[in-house]
Design a protein around this ligand. Sequence first.
Ligand SMILES: Nc1ncnc2c1ncn2[C@@H]1O[C@H](COP(=O)(O)OP(=O)(O)OP(=O)(O)O)[C@@H](O)[C@H]1O
Ligand SMILES: [Mg+2]
Length: 310
Amino acid sequence: MILTVGPTPTVQRRMTFTRIIPNQVNRALEVEQLTSGKGVNCARAVVRLGQPAGTLLFLGGESGIWMRQALEEEGIAATVVEVPRRTRTCSTILETDTGTATELVENAAPVDAAAVSAYIAAFCQILPNCRLVTFNGTIPPGAPATLYHDLVYLAQQHHLPTIVDAQGEALLAALAARPLIVKPNRSELAAATKRDCSTDAGLAEAIALLHQGGARWVLVSDGAAGAVLSYQHTLLRLRPPVIKPQNPIGSGDALTAGLAVSWLAGHPVPDAARFGIACGAANAAGPGYGRLDPALARQLLSQVQVEPLG
Ligand SMILES: Nc1ncnc2c1ncn2[C@@H]1O[C@H](COP(=O)(O)OP(=O)(O)OP(=O)(O)O)[C@@H](O)[C@H]1O
Ligand SMILES: [Mg+2]
């Protein structure tokens, strides 16, 4: 199975209104609740693509119990490290009049050293059942920034390929463990490397820093603009198909899922990245959070264009 390491899951509420009027009672047209967080979104996309997926996560409280049940119903094999603090809830407020989407984000609760040790122990136990490991999203307060580094290192010792989709210190620290692919988005790359990534030259400079740190392949996603793939001294731009976006949240997670599934099917990284781009676009064309239509992803693949950067 593909394991997604996603230590900051969330209950995700999506509330749709005609229009929000501040200081007034606003009644939702529709409310939806689903399991989310980047590791969960990625595992969901893997399952949609027809492959077994597991996710390793901290869960706590009533919301944690609800998430565990919901993940089971979706066919995602959750390995849970229980923590005392309840699992967070994040909300998306959609307004149909204006098409705006407002994100209300609750930070993940802190975890203590015992919970982190239990997380690492659980990871070691699942590793023999895994074919590839992805690392998705932020690390909770209380866990060391080296958590992904240490887990990538353990995965490498089991000869397992790894994909790191993280930000900040967690991303930079993971590089030294030599993950197969790192996948920040453009703004995460700019923030982590403190480089201006708005030009191709700046982007190339920031990517070079990730390679110097230990990354083998680097894939920088950039929403509707697609992504840039880098290996040694070759940089390619991957242009996604034009779609009618519905909800792009989780497109990066869908990209990671597609990349992982295609790579495991025997495709070289550039081809797997093209499929990942198609999966990201298919996610954006649908209801988001990794709920992609696999037939659409396969159909969009032929429309992904690859060209040299610059
Ligand atoms: N509007 C869009 N049209 C076409 N493709 C898109 C669109 N939005 C996203 N994608 C595809 O999905 C990929 C990942 O999207 P993006 O760069 O927004 O990821 P992200 O910022 O990591 O998202 P998240 O963290 O919410 O999962 C892009 O590289 C692109 O291929
Ligand atoms: Mg992302």
